[in-house]
Write a protein that binds this ligand. Sequence first.
Ligand code: ADP
Length: 661
Amino acid sequence: MDVADLPLDDKFVAHFESQGVEELYPTQVAAVEAGVCDGERVLAAIPTASGKTLVAELAMLTADGPALYVVPLRALATEKFEEFDALPGVSVGMATGDFDATDEDLAEHDVVVATSEKVDSAIRNGANWVAALSCVVVDEIHLLDAEGRGPTLEVTIAKLRRLTPDVQLVGLSATVGNARAIADWLDAALVASDWRPVDLKTGVYADDAMRFSDGEVRRVPAGDRGAARALASDVVEGEDGQCLVFVNSRRGAQDLASTLVDEFYATPADVAEELQSTARTATGVELARCVAHGVAFHHAGLASEQRRVVERAFRDRDLKVIVATPTLAAGVNVPARRVVVRDHERWNGSEMEPLSVLEVHQMFGRAGRPHLDPYGEAVVVAESHEVDDVRERYVDAEPEPVRSKLRSQRALRTHVLASVASGFADSRAAILELLDETFYAHQRREGVDGDGGETGDGDAGGEVDDGEDGGIDDVVDEVLTYLDAVGMLAREGQSVRATPLGDLVSRVYVDPVTGASVVEALERASTLPHVTALTVLELVCDTRDMPTVYVRDDEAGQVSDAAMRRRDELARDVMDFDGDYQAWLDSLKTALLLEDVADGMDVESLSEQYGVEPGDVRRSVERAEWLLTATESLTEHVDADLSNVAAVIRETRDELVAVDV
Ligand code: ADP
């Protein structure tokens, strides 16, 4: 089937052809046959690089009205925005942050790219563009099982279906154990396939050899260079290929890239110069030095511009090797001849835990560049004694089934409040009715696999792991009691309504626990003699919506001293501290960091003083901007004169917004 045979305007056909897309991939043919161009719901569970974007574009371009493309991460939104924006005559909007687009702007576009949080927030705020949608594409829908994001995604899909019952839903998923269950939940036709545009050989590397599943054994002696360095050097020098190495930490990525510098001398001068000239931290300088030797590291600490330069240079073949943390495997299009998974375990904060099969397969999926490589090859590095175990666990195994994470207080607290506040439910029964339309409820009805057990991982037909008593009702009851106690919901018999405070907390999109703690802190702040930027920053950093910066042992004294010295400015009672002091020091350090950001301290000094990287600073600033906005609205709900606090909040937020991070 050719692109020219599709029910598309000539200008789109010409556009795709100009990109070398003439004949559809078999996966795309299957999606067309399933009705993706005819408004039918489709779930495409197909490997990385098998052409999911075109499937989405076919749905959006043939839809009768505006389309929404939901991405899991802000970083992916930009990539997709650029891709869709290149479609001739298609107007594309993007909604990822709090300050980027108003609802009226969004209503004017043919396609809106948004994170699931932003869609959820738009629905809570009654955005009218949502009800006008005729097509919704959900990218990486297997992330339904991610903590935090997953519940938001499933509740948002349930609400979208309520608002626009006839909407065409298209889910794009990695190959997962229970794609059928997701398709059934969406009432979608399932397109599942292992087809890839370039063959993939997978295996294990141990004892100086790559052992592929097809029986091939290829010797690559590690010597004293270590496995990853030997494997990278082998594919670059021996086969003129490129290599992606996945490791489990930022430090590990940087260290390995730095040793690889001795191996290659490809010098893409302009790329290295671009990075050199924009390097503002020791890490940035090291990145530029590595890149001058054809090697890069890639992790969440890099500035987004640095990441983009690295990704682009790798796609242009200017770089030979990227050593990355697992974040690169999620969605970013950087194929390589060889993928090496050096670390198959990672630190979760308290212990080493194995990566999931799905994650490792997504890393594998980056192997093989269509038209350039005869095939891709991907290996997991193992110790001699664990070869069989690693092969069984990662190479021969099917990915895990996707499991709903909705049954948790944290998820339900926020979604129960939002459902009541935005008019989806006005009683306990109505809340349960809405929740009955989620993936969670579908899985409970069908069993976790919902497809007669195709997963082969021993979980077939098993129940969702949802606690002793199994239902969601008891968690809903706990949550209702909590929301009632903090004055966000009011109950009368069976009926439930949101109070003005509850309504506001839902609209400003914070966890109710954050809303409650901010209100309490604001009450204390109203009595402070000195309200400064630090006052309001500490207030938002000491909430569960703010990821904080870790205080190292050798810093604790210093941060603690700052707390004492500046206690007049803090809403927390430092002298008679109630709670986890160590955790609070992390919050205070984050607030001190943001204070310096607002004062215009450059990234180099921030990095030296706080041990943070540009990527961390950017995330903290974005979060703080959002939470300050929410906090300013909440000042209206405190029974005290907070006009000076509100003014400081506005000032501080404006300073942060003005900083270029
Ligand atoms: P993914 O499934 O990972 O989202 P993409 O949609 O990004 O994959 O496609 C991967 C690459 O394959 C892109 O560069 C895209 O232009 C190319 N591609 C997609 N469909 C076709 C096709 N039918 N013919 C040739 N190239 C294609």
